[in-house]
Design a protein around this ligand. Sequence first.
Ligand SMILES: [Zn+2]
Length: 122
Amino acid sequence: MSDYNWCHNPDCHTIETQSRVRGTGDNKVLRTMKIKQGRYNYSNDDTPDIYDYFCNQNCLHQFLRKFAREVANIRPVREPSETPIKIEKEQYESYRYQHNGNDYVRTPYQATRTTIINKNSS
Ligand SMILES: [Zn+2]
């Protein structure tokens, strides 16, 4: 396993920053950024991290814009998923502000709060 990746944004090497400048004398180039694997893996495990493959958010989002269809086709979603839950509805007194021509008047009303109290596992 190599300890470094090259940034996967195909246009990384066209972004003008001092950190990308390589070469000597008159033979200067902008080079794709080199990324140390696990640089944000503070738990030192095998957790994959998107920033092992992209040098920053800008390069990640340039890649996603360019390859949006390909990325979506890696795991197509053709119907919504659902998570079974239990809810609790609760009445409480709230206020709204209504304009009466000159002022805003604080008017009480009976509001409903819906709380998710149970999320089934699996
Ligand atoms: Zn990059």
